[in-house]
Design a protein around this ligand. Sequence first.
Ligand code: FES
Length: 88
Amino acid sequence: MIVCHCQNITNHDIDAAINWMRAADTTALITPGKVYRALGKAADCGGCMPLFLEAMRKNDNLEVPMQLRNMKRGTTQETKHDRRQESS
Ligand code: FES
């Protein structure tokens, strides 16, 4: 099924790109932009993005690697008060 009509990308192309990236790097965060680049293309109108993301989510290799989960909580110690001081 064609997912992106501007670039003629199918759900099979998306699966192949995700599987290739995961095989090359087990810790890679796979984004739609990386899928486009892996296919040698770039998004045009962006109208396909909901369907594109849905196709990506169907691939089991898309999961965030276990060692990268919960990193946001562990790396930021910032509070709301810190943000207020920076903006003033
Ligand atoms: S349909 Fe995918 S970028 Fe336009």
